[in-house]
Design a protein. Structure first.
Length: 95
């Protein structure tokens, strides 16, 4: 079974947010990762509640995590706390 570190390196740091062009790990969109046996649960947020790519991102991430060996993947979406870019990220984005 895949580990949390492997998910971070092989999935989250490789999956680029379609709007911002930065991976979802660097963006801080992944709030929590829980792995129990062959089941993975992710607590995830989007850059905005109206993110047009949200459903596609969830589908893509479920598929990618299953490709890494998980039999069951649950992705929970939350906006609490709302996503806010860090100062370092703001510099990367030029804001």
């Amino acid at each position: 079974m895949i580990t949390k570190d492997q998910l971070i390196e092989q999935v989250f740091k490789q999956y680029v947010d379609p709007e911002l062009g930065i991976d979802i790990w660097t963006l801080g969109l992944v709030y929590k990762v829980t792995i129990e046996k062959d089941s993975v649960t992710i607590l995830l947020t989007f850059t905005s509640p109206m993110c047009p790519y949200g459903p596609q991102m969830v589908e893509d991430l479920e598929r990618l995590i299953k490709e890494k060996g998980a039999k069951k993947v649950k992705i929970e979406i939350t906006f609490d706390p709302p996503w806010k870019p860090s100062e370092e990220l703001r510099e990367m984005l030029g804001v």
